[in-house]
Design a protein around this ligand. Structure first.
Ligand SMILES: [Mn+2]
Length: 354
């Protein structure tokens, strides 16, 4: 058998509103980029001699995407005319695979029907909808002479329960199980013969989709490789700003920590550690960092540093508050909580006044 190459992707969620990106202009750019990444993957397949392009569900974000987006997808598929696209509806988007969409699709697109095998030279491609009635037992033992690909959208399990029970897929002559639904790449063995993989989503849409994203390339000789391909990466970075009590020192600390990453990426910066001021300068930091980063969001998880010796003697509102809390009839944990809340509020007020 000649070596036949496949690209496996899933969970593109085209048409996502991207509400987590609080900046509407950046969200708009990202919506275009999600579509463009589908185009870039199609180009990659066409240029690199990939024969089959598998979308293992959730091509669209919902069952109600615009006709314009459907047309865009059809045009992208049509632009990679030497590649056959196998599309499986997922839990989010199967309603978007309506007559309108199907009629727009070019010759090189195959919409996978539940349990129906598409013969593609020496390869069999079979998709199943993992809905309430799906049962892994309905997957047959495939022809051992062929290279058998199964496409599913759902969560695998390795125990005895669960719908995509990997144990029950053993001995079915599956060579490659193309999975969608989990948004990060992973792979493993089904049995001596077969491999399963989640391609993950090709682009992170928010900070619940951090880290490297891309697609899987596999072939009929057994090659399986993850290919990073995202336009931007979402990163959540914890930065300890202990001892950085002002805007400039915090800015310097953050800049140093993120210097190694591309400015094109999307950052969620979580400030940790103990500082003497509540971080009332978060917006200032964000605006400053946004001058050179595509998108940045800052979360303050710092704790106020409490100088007990000083507060015990200090003739100020804070000192008075500290001494009052110390005299309270409450548990040490409760006192600590009251102290932190009060001091944080007071230092926030101070920072706003000066
Ligand atoms: Mn999904």
């Amino acid at each position: 058998m000649e070596n036949i190459k496949f690209l496996h992707t899933a969970d593109l969620h085209l048409g996502s509103a991207l509400i987590n990106l609080s900046d509407p202009l950046k969200a708009k750019v990202r919506r275009r980029e999600l579509i463009d990444t589908f185009k870039r993957m199609a180009d990659y397949a066409q240029i690199n001699g990939v024969s089959g392009f598998i979308v293992a569900g959730d091509l669209f974000d919902s069952g109600a995407v615009s006709p314009l987006l459907k047309k865009e997808v059809a045009d992208i598929i049509s632009s990679a005319s030497s590649v056959v696209f196998f599309l499986l509806g997922g839990n989010h988007d199967s309603k978007s695979f309506d007559d309108d969409f199907v009629s727009m699709l070019p010759q090189n697109a195959v919409v996978l029907q539940h349990g129906k095998t598409c013969a593609f030279s020496e390869v069999n491609v079979t998709g199943y909808f993992v809905d309430e009635v799906f049962c892994v037992e309905e997957i047959p033992v495939f022809d051992e002479e062929k290279f058998n690909i199964v496409v599913l959208h759902g969560q695998t399990t390795s125990g005895n329960a669960g719908q995509i029970n990997l144990k029950k897929l053993q001995g079915k002559n599956i060579d490659y199980l193309a999975l969608g639904h989990i948004h990060s790449f992973s792979k493993g063995n089904i049995d001596k013969r077969g491999v399963y993989a989640y391609s993950g989503c090709p682009e992170g849409r928010g900070f619940d989709e951090c880290g490297e994203k891309g697609f899987v390339l596999f072939d009929t000789q057994g090659g399986v490789a993850f290919k990073p391909y995202a336009r931007r990466t979402c990163r959540e970075i914890k930065i300890d700003v202990s001892g950085c009590d002002g805007y400039v020192s915090r800015l310097n600390r953050i800049s140093k920590e993120i210097a190694a990453f591309p400015a094109d990426d999307m950052f969620k910066i979580v400030l940790t550690g103990e500082t003497q001021n509540a971080a009332s300068d978060l917006n200032m930091l964000r605006d400053k960092l946004s001058e050179r980063l595509f998108f940045v969001k800052i979360e303050d998880n710092t704790k106020l540093k409490i100088d007990r010796e000083r507060l015990r003697k200090e003739m100020s509102l804070k000192g008075e508050f500290f001494r009052t809390v110390e005299r309270l009839k409450a548990s040490p944990e409760e006192k600590e909580k009251i102290l932190r809340l009060g001091l944080k509020a007071m230092s926030g007020e101070e920072a706003d006044c000066d």
